[in-house]
Design a protein around this ligand. Structure first.
Ligand code: NDP
Ligand code: GDR
Length: 353
């Protein structure tokens, strides 16, 4: 099995962008911040194939994955402009003045929840307040409704209280209760987006639950597990060190979730949408599937749970209810949890072999 079975694989899709059928160019410019990340890498070709012209913004920072780009990265296919997080306001004004995009997908953020407890100061701008520069630049350069803005909200905004969960899952009506600096800053960005929307700007907030893929960053638990399991299967590693094995999440496939972003931006009116599968699984379930894929039935002597990987405050479970996205956008997830994890393990085995 390979990730191509998703029917939408950035690894194979992107180098082929020129050869795949592209809808007739619609003359619209889409600008993506965070284009180098997982979601940007799926969203950019999706929009391109839909007929949009895509430009990415890349940050000038030593930690940036830009320095690791090889010419083979999916987003190397698209033109880009520099975007310094410290000069966000200046850059946003300069870039909007030059490119005048029709759609803006603001995906850039420091996305690691656990890390955000240690980098809360820097993240306040990258994940939270920085969005204001984009919204103010839009306000300056555009008439109301002339441009559409997508903000990358998160299920971490719900946070939750241990032990309580609405059986139906979190939907757009449930109040936020962030339990990490990351969740708090995403809530700030979300709220600023709503305030500008009330003034007439087209701003849609996606409240996306966890979504993964073979190109998910290895800092996140799914890819950390699938990569380590592949290493164990190949005799390159003995054990995996993890944190809380009882945490439960609602995991979907990134390719499906970026399509929800596109659909939100193709609506006539802006709104907020939960995007989720509605199914929850534990880290133990994830380990079961990943190890079974390489023929290991009992993984207990292969996994160590350590405090080092636990968070100061943990969100025990998160389950979403995407009924609204389903009825208003016609969105449904196509890839289930088991298929997703198996495809990630298969991809990592291939990568390491
Ligand atoms: P990735 O980690 O794959 O990509 C993150 C992107 O943001 C990269 O382009 C990265 O640039 C950039 N970035 C990272 N740190 C900073 C920083 N300090 N300042 C500015 N830019 C930074 O994440 P995803 O693609 O998965 O996520 C995209 C967005 O969606 C994020 O805002 C995330 O918070 C949000 N989100 C993601 C979910 C998920 O499950 N994937 C769920 C809900 C929300 P560089 O390459 O230079 O490092
Ligand atoms: P999350 O994803 O925090 O939900 O944020 P992550 O994969 O980091 O954690 C999911 C759950 O797994 C537990 N866990 C571990 N996590 C990591 N990273 N490493 C470990 O070793 C480990 N062991 C157990 C965590 O405690 C947690 O409960 C992701 C990001 O993409 C955010 O940007 C996004 O907003 C949310 O999903 C929705």
């Amino acid at each position: 099995m390979t990730s191509v079975e998703f029917g939408y694989d950035p690894q194979s899709l992107l180098p082929l962008v020129g050869e795949l059928h592209r809808e007739t160019a619609n003359g619209k410019q889409a600008l993506i911040t965070g284009i180098t990340g997982q979601d940007g890498s799926y969203l950019a070709p999706l929009l391109y194939l839909q007929g949009y012209d895509v430009t990415g913004l890349l940050r000038k920072h030593p930690d940036s994955s830009r320095s690791r780009r090889t010419g083979m990265h999916p987003v190397d296919q698209f033109p880009y402009a520099d975007f310094a997080i410290g000069d966000y306001a200046y850059d946003a004004f300069r870039i909007f003045d030059q490119t005048h995009p029709d759609l803006i997908f603001h995906l850039a953020a420091q996305p690691q929840v656990g890390k955000s407890f240690r980098t809360a100061g820097a993240d306040s701008h990258a994940t939270g307040l920085g969005v204001l520069n984009i919204l103010q630049a839009v306000d300056h350069f555009y008439e109301p409704g002339e441009v559409k803005v997508y903000l990358a909200g998160s299920s971490e905004q719900f946070g939750g209280v241990p032990g309580t969960i609405p059986d139906v899952g979190y939907n757009e009506q449930i109040p936020f209760n962030a339990r990490s600096p990351y969740g708090a800053y995403k809530t700030l960005a979300f709220t600023l987006g709503r305030i500008f929307r009330e003034q007439g700007m087209f701003v849609s907030n996606g409240i996306l639950f966890n979504h993964e893929s073979p190109i998910r960053g290895a800092e996140f638990v799914t890819r950390k597990i699938t990569y380590s399991v592949a290493q164990i299967a190949l005799g390159m590693q003995d054990v995996i060190e993890l944190g809380n094995l009882d945490a439960k999440r609602d995991w979907g496939f990134a390719g499906d979730y970026v399509d929800a972003m596109r659909l939100m931006m193709e609506q006539d009116k802006p709104s907020d949408y939960v995007v989720a599968t509605g199914e929850m699984h534990s880290i133990r379930d994830l380990l079961d599937i990943a190890f079974q894929q390489v023929g290991i039935e009992d993984w207990h002597n292969r996994v160590v749970s350590t405090d080092k990987h636990r968070r100061p405050v943990e969100v025990e479970w998160l389950k979403g209810n995407a009924s609204r996205a389903n009825s208003e956008l016609g969105w449904t997830p196509r890839v289930g949890f088991e298929k997703l994890i198996k495809s990630m393990v298969a991809h990592d085995l291939e990568l390491l072999s």
